[in-house]
Design a protein. Structure first.
Length: 287
């Protein structure tokens, strides 16, 4: 299949009243060199793309969604040299305001992609049975739950040592339909993660759709939404990175967060994974 390479405009980082904001956009702009990571992502037309890290001060894309950086996350380098945000595990996170493009109900399909680098195996601030919700569109109370990405601490009461998972919920929260992988994790190791939610593709095995999780471009798990009678909703919850709620906080780095209003094929996710190690250092976030 022929893929058109498209890229977003500049992503801006500005300091306003002591709080850093960054514009995240999903539209095409000038051409980029073939093979760069950002070109691979933009070829798949993300609804939102937030590389994280620092940006090009003073420039902002038209119609961009603004992301607010809370408690000053740090900056680190990804495998290809691009920048990403690093979180202290106690208070830091990035928040993107509610937008219909971040909800699976808008198109019936959603892919959420990110790179994460856990810097510890035992998190200081956890929720529930001992896990951190490091990315998601949920908010406690008031029926504002949609989806999230989670990582378990090494010691947790469910015996899920460092499991990395993704869930989709009913509006009121509770148990969600989820998929996961549970591999040995090394602190400082970058992992390419993708969560897929699809309510359009139905079959006998998946009568109301499914949820999938990928690691490093490889499908690791797939589960039915009707396992927990999940019917996703569109809420006004923001999307948060580094935390999803106010109880747990991720210690480590996160970069290249993208949300797509479609289910990305495995071949495209695998291409994104390869591009991180093979592409030249050319980042939407700039230097």
């Amino acid at each position: 299949m022929t893929r058109r390479r498209r890229t977003a405009g500049l992503v801006a980082a500005l300091v306003v009243g002591g709080a850093m904001t960054q514009a995240a956009c999903g539209g095409p702009s000038s051409a980029r060199p073939p093979g760069s990571y950002d070109a691979e992502v933009q070829a798949d037309s993300p609804a939102l793309y937030l590389p994280l890290g620092s940006g090009n001060s003073g420039k902002r894309s038209a119609g961009a969604v603004k992301a607010a950086y809370h408690h000053t996350p740090g900056v680190t380098s990804m495998p290809n040299g691009d920048r990403a945000s690093v979180f202290d595990g106690t208070s830091q996170y990035v928040e993107v305001p509610d937008d219909d493009r971040l909800s699976v109900t808008t198109t019936g399909e959603l892919t959420v992609e990110a790179w994460l680098r856990p810097d510890t195996l035992t998190f200081a601030k956890t929720a529930g049975t001992g896990y951190v919700n490091w990315l998601g569109k949920v908010s406690g109370g008031g029926g504002r739950s949609e989806w999230l990405a989670r990582m378990y601490s090494r010691g947790n009461t469910e015996v899920r040592a460092n499991r990395i998972s993704g869930y989709v919920f009913n509006r009121g929260g509770g148990l969600g339909a989820g998929s996961y992988f549970e591999d040995q994790v090394k602190p400082g190791e970058w992992i390419h993660y993708a969560l897929v939610i699809n309510t359009r593709e139905k079959s006998r095995a998946y009568p109301t759709g499914y949820v999938k999780v990928y690691k490093n471009g490889v499908l690791r798990d797939q589960d039915a939404l009707d396992d927990y009678d999940i019917a996703p909703s569109n809420t006004d919850a923001p999307m948060r990175i580094g935390a999803a709620g106010a109880k747990s906080y991720f210690k480590g780095a996160i970069g290249k967060v993208a949300v797509y209003g479609s289910e990305l094929p495995q071949s495209h996710l695998a291409a994104h994974y390869r591009a991180m190690s093979e592409s030249p250092r050319e980042s939407v976030a700039g230097t």
